[in-house]
Design a protein around this ligand. Structure first.
Ligand code: FAD
Length: 503
C-alpha cells in the first residue's frame, strides 16, 4: 500500500511517520527546496533565525512519535523546560515574569499587581478542567465521525457544557475571573495562539494557558526547526521518501476515489493521498474539478503576522527567550486587526531571542531578534507601506521601554509578511492558523481530516481539524493515522540492509 503526503509541514511529517508505522510505503512530496513549511529556518550574516513558530508547548506530542516506533526521543531531539514562559512589559512600566510554574506565577502576580495568588491559581485550575473535558472530543478525535460522539469523553464534555465558557467571549470570562486590567490583557493574549480575537473567541479558549503553564513550554535544543528536523530524520529512518522541489499539480480522482497525484504532467499512483497543503488551495488548485465545501473555504481566516528578523550587535540582559510589550488599548488593537483590516497604531510587540539559549544563533556579543506583531490576513492591503510604517512604530515604542535606540544596533535584517507566508507555504491569505476561532461553532467549520466525497483522500495540518499551531498539527497526523485503512501486507524498510521489503 503506497501513500503520498503532499507537503512537508509539521502535520505532513507527523502523518508520514504514522503511516509508515501502519505499514504504508510513504512518499512526502514538497514544493520547496527545504522541509518544514512554516516551521523552517534560515541564516543571515552570522545570525540564525527560526522562520515561523517560536513557542513550543506540549512537547510530549513530539516524544510520542519517537516512542510509537520504538525509538528513544533523546537519540533525535532534546528540549529544555522553560523556567519563565514569557516576560511581559506593560506601557506603565510594570513588568511581570510569567513563570512556567503556576504557583510561582501566581506569587509574582500578587507581588506586582496585588491580586491575591489564589485568583490566578483558580484560573489555572479552571483552564485545566476545560482542557480535561474537551481534549478527548475536540483535539484527539475526528469531530466528523459518529463514533466520537459515542464516547465517555463526549458524555463528560456534554454534562459539563455549562462550565466550558462556550457562551461568553474569552474577554468576558477573563474580566469576570481576573481582577486587574493588566491580568485580563495578559490572559486575553492567549487568543492569538490560534490567530483569534479575544473579544469574540469563546471563553473555552482559556484552556490555552494550561498548555503553556500547566503542561509546560519548552525550548528545543538547536532551535524550533529541530522539531521538524528531528521528525524528518525519524521519517527517513523509517523509509519515508522525501521529494523536494516538487510541486504537486493535481490530486488525481477517478470514480470518486483518490488514485494518486500529478507531477510535471505525469501521473504518480498511490493507494491513499494526504494533503498537508492549506485546504483552500487544496480544493482550488489541486482538485479544481471536484465540488468544494464552500462554507468551510469561505470561513473567516485567522490573523497573520508581520515579522522582522533583526541581527543585533549588542545584548539586552533585561530580555528573555519570549518577551511581550503590550499595547495601551487591547480592544482597539483587535478592532483594527479583525474589523478595519489593518495594523494597529500601537501594536503589541512580541520579541523572541533564541540566542538566549543558543549563543551560536547570533554573532558574539549580539542577539537574534524575531520581532512580530499580529496583523490581519491579506485581503489586498498595501503591505509594503504597512511594513515600513509598522517597523517605525515598533522602534519608537521600544526606545523608551528599553532605553535604547534599537535601530542603531540592527546589523542584519529580513522580514516576513502575509504575502510571503502565502508564497512560501501556500497558506490562504497568509493566515497563520487557517480558519479563525472567532465563533463558538468554529471548530465545526474546520475541514474534517478526511474527504466525505472522495475515498482515500485525507487532510492534515493547521487549516483542518483540530486546528493550527504545532501541537494541533501533530494531533491532525494522529487522527489521520487512526482513520486510514489498515494495510494487509505492511511495507517495511530495513535501514541496516538499506532494503525495501514487503513482509
Ligand atoms: P505548513 O507549515 O503550512 O506547510 C505546508 C507545506 O505544503 C509547505 O511546505 C508547502 O511548501 C507545501 N506545499 C504547498 N503546496 C504544495 C504543492 N502543491 N505541492 C507540494 N507541496 C506543497 N505555532 C505554534 O505552535 N507556536 C508558535 O509560536 C507559532 N508561531 C507562528 C509564527 C508564524 C510567523 C507562523 C507563520 C506560524 C506560527 N505558528 C505557531 C503556526 C504553525 O507554524 C503552523 O500551524 C504549522 O507550522 C503549520 O504546519 P502545517 O502542517 O499546516 O504545514
Amino acid at each position: 500500500m503506497e501513500a503520498i503526503v503532499i507537503g512537508s509541514g509539521i502535520g505532513g511529517i507527523a502523518t508520514s511517520i504514522r503511516l509508515a508505522h501502519k505499514g504504508y510505503r510513504v512518499r512526502v512530496i514538497e514544493a520547496n527546496s527545504y522541509l518544514g513549511g512554516k516551521l523552517s529556518f534560515f541564516e543571515l550574516d552570522g545570525y540564525r533565525f527560526d522562520a515561523g513558530p517560536s513557542l513550543f508547548t506540549m512537547p510530549h506530542l513530539v516524544d510520542e512519535l519517537f516512542q510509537l516506533v520504538g525509538r528513544d526521543p533523546k537519540d533525535y531531539f532534546e528540549y529544555v523546560p522553560l523556567e519563565v514562559a514569557c516576560k511581559y512589559f506593560f506601557p506603565d512600566g510594570i513588568q511581570i515574569d510569567g513563570f512556567a510554574n503556576t504557583s510561582r506565577f501566581a506569587q509574582e502576580i500578587e507581588s506586582k499587581l496585588e491580586v491575591p495568588a489564589h485568583v490566578v491559581e483558580n484560573y489555572f485550575a479552571n483552564a485545566e478542567m476545560k482542557y480535561r473535558y474537551t481534549k478527548g472530543v475536540f483535539l484527539e478525535r475526528s469531530l466528523h465521525k459518529l463514533s466520537t460522539y459515542l464516547t465517555r469523553d463526549t458524555l463528560l464534555g456534554v454534562l459539563n457544557l455549562y462550565r466550558l465558557g462556550l457562551f461568553s467571549s474569552l474577554n468576558e470570562v477573563n474580566e469576570k475571573r481576573l481582577m486587574h486590567p493588566h491580568l485580563v490583557q495578559l490572559f486575553n493574549r492567549y487568543a492569538t495562539y490560534n490567530g483569534s480575537n479575544p473579544y469574540t473567541t469563546p471563553g473555552i479558549m482559556n484552556l490555552i494557558p494550561h498548555l503553556e503553564h500547566g503542561i509546560g513550554a519548552a525550548f528545543p535544543r538547536g532551535g524550533m526547526f529541530e522539531i521538524t528536523g528531528s521528525l524528518g530524520r525519524l521519517a527517513k529512518d523509517l523509509g519515508v521518501e522525501f521529494s523536494l522541489n516538487t510541486p504537486v499539480e493535481r490530486i488525481v480522482v477517478e470514480g470518486k476515489k483518490a488514485k494518486g497525484v500529478q507531477i510535471n504532467g505525469e501521473f504518480v499512483p498511490a493507494d491513499i493521498v494526504v494533503s498537508n497543503v492549506d485546504v483552500v488551495p487544496t480544493y482550488r488548485h489541486l482538485l479544481p474539478d471536484q465540488p468544494a465545501p464552500e462554507k468551510i473555504l469561505e470561513y473567516e481566516r485567522s490573523s497573520s503576522a508581520l515579522i522582522y528578523y533583526w541581527g543585533l550587535d549588542r545584548e539586552f540582559p533585561q530580555l528573555d527567550l519570549h518577551n511581550i510589550f503590550f499595547s495601551q488599548d487591547y480592544a482597539e488593537e483587535f478592532r483594527q486587526i479583525f474589523e478595519t483590516g489593518t495594523v494597529s497604531e500601537d501594536p503589541t510587540i512580541y520579541i523572541n531571542i533564541t540566542s538566549k539559549y543558543e549563543p551560536g544563533d547570533a554573532r558574539p556579543g549580539g542577539e537574534n531578534w524575531f520581532v512580530m506583531v499580529n496583523v490581519p490576513c491579506n485581503t489586498g492591503q498595501d503591505w509594503e507601506t504597512l511594513r515600513e510604517t509598522t517597523r517605525g512604530k515598533i522602534l519608537r515604542k521600544l526606545r523608551p521601554m528599553l532605553n535604547t535606540d534599537v535601530e542603531a544596533h540592527i546589523v542584519a535584517e529580513d522580514y516576513l509578511d502575509p504575502i510571503r507566508i502565502e508564497q512560501r507555504t501556500g497558506s490562504y491569505r497568509g493566515a497563520l492558523y487557517g480558519a479563525s476561532s472567532n465563533d463558538r461553532m468554529a471548530a465545526f467549520f474546520r475541514h474534517p481530516n478526511f474527504s466525505r466525497k472522495i475515498k482515500n483522500l485525507f487532510f492534515c495540518g493547521g487549516s483542518v481539524h483540530p486546528g493550527g499551531g504545532i501541537p494541533l498539527c501533530l494531533l491532525s497526523g494522529k487522527i489521520v493515522g487512526d482513520l486510514v485503512p489498515s494495510v494487509e501486507v505492511p511495507y517495511q524498510y530495513q535501514p541496516e540492509l538499506k532494503q525495501e521489503v514487503a513482509v
